[in-house]
Design a binder for this molecule. Structure first.
Ligand SMILES: Nc1nc2c(ncn2[C@@H]2O[C@H](COP(=O)(O)OP(=O)(O)OP(=O)(O)O)[C@@H](O)[C@H]2O)c(=O)[nH]1
Ligand SMILES: [Mg+2]
Length: 338
């Protein structure tokens, strides 16, 4: 018998049932492997990944889904470490942490940094941390994060935190997959409020001014007051919630319990007035929309004739010989005729 080629590093493939029972039993290594599976871009993994997600879906939906955003360096990872360890140790909660990071080439350092910035949380039995090494397209990152979130919920984590860098489109994406969206800010970093995209404030459920410690405390308190006054000029949101502005320090942990209380108050209001259900409906619709668009993109990429035509059209569009709009219509026409 011919010897089979040695594949020492590739572990044996699990079946969908094995993935699901491992996840449901709270086995972190199986959960990690399942997330790697749903992140895989190999067509040969797609069916198994879909099977695992489908089988996990009945066990999802019970977690608090919290998005955390803010400019690089504002302290998102440190904040999650502080809040997460407080929740697991003082409140007996379980916490899963995922990250959506669209800025792939530059983020390598930051992801490695997270290992040290979430040192205590990463060794906590009640926590699961998954820094996602992102590549490519934000939609793809988001799809995998959404699915990773569901796997964490099926594993029984009661709180899922999604960290995203506050640049570009990633906030909108994370907002669309969470129940509560938290914006971390800094005091005295220029007049951010004026410069800030109004859209971000409008989708924020809670503003926390971080690094309110040492010499920075008084400035943070002034900034809190300023932001609060500015927010009062906004019309009340349809869900009836007025986003509070709070201060905290991820370093000293001051203000962390108060922020969590606001997250709980927000949830209680949205549960009582029906807006949580509406937000979950929106999340499901957004997931579907995204899955359709990404699925179509995959189909187009895998169709040799379309790929070849696209390559030629790209050259023509670049030179202005073909309008982008006509090119798109032509590709869709070829797709329909298949
Ligand atoms: N004084 C003080 N420093 C803080 C606080 N929170 C974070 N830092 C420091 O600020 C720096 C950035 O913190 P991170 O938690 O990595 O910030 P981040 O927003 O996750 O950064 P990116 O992931 O790179 O976008 C680190 O040096 C932290 O030690 C705080 O509350 N007070
Ligand atoms: Mg970080």
């Amino acid at each position: 018998m011919a010897p089979s080629p040695a594949t020492p590093r590739r572990r044996q493939r699990l079946t969908a049932d094995e993935y699901v029972s491992g996840i449901r039993a709270g086995d972190r290594s199986t959960l990690g492997r399942a997330i790697t599976l749903v992140e895989s871009e190999l067509p040969s993994d797609a069916d198994l990944a879909a099977g695992v997600i489908e089988a996990c879906l009945p066990f999802t939906g019970r977690a608090r889904r919290v998005g955390i955003t803010g400019v690089p360096g504002v302290g998102k990872s440190s904040f999650i470490e502080a809040l997460g360890t407080w929740l697991t140790r003082e409140r007996g909660e379980t916490v899963a942490v995922l990250s959506v990071d669209p800025s792939s080439p530059r983020s390598g350092g930051s992801i490695l940094g997270d290992k040290t910035r979430m040192e205590r949380l990463s060794t906590d039995d009640r926590a699961f941390i998954r820094p996602s090494a992102s590549r490519g397209h934000l939609g793809g990152v988001a799809r995998r994060t959404r699915e990773a979130m569901l796997l964490c919920e099926a594993a029984g984590y009661g709180n899922v935190f999604v960290e995203t860098v506050g640049v570009g489109q990633s906030e909108t994406t994370v907002r669309s997959m969470t129940d509560c969206f938290l914006l971390l800010m800094l005091a005295g970093a220029g007049d951010e409020l004026q410069g800030m995209k109004r859209g971000i404030l409008e989708m924020t459920d809670l503003i926390a001014i971080n690094k309110a410690d040492g010499d920075n405390r008084a400035r943070a308190e002034r900034a809190r007051h300023d932001y609060e006054s500015a927010l009062h000029l906004f019309p009340a949101a349809a869900d009836g919630w007025r986003p509070p502005v709070l201060t905290c320090s991820a370093l000293t942990r001051d203000g962390i319990p108060g922020i969590w209380q606001a997250v709980l108050d927000h949830r209680a209001l949205l549960e009582a007035n029906g807006w949580l259900a509406r937000r979950r409906e929106e999340q499901a619709l957004e997931w579907m929309r995204e899955a359709i668009v990404l699925g179509l993109e995959d189909e187009l990429r895998r169709d040799g004739a379309i790929e070849a035509r696209l390559a030629a059209m790209r050259a023509d569009v670049r030179r202005g010989r073909l309008s982008p709009f006509r090119a798109a219509r032509e590709v869709l026409a070829i797709f329909r005729r298949r």
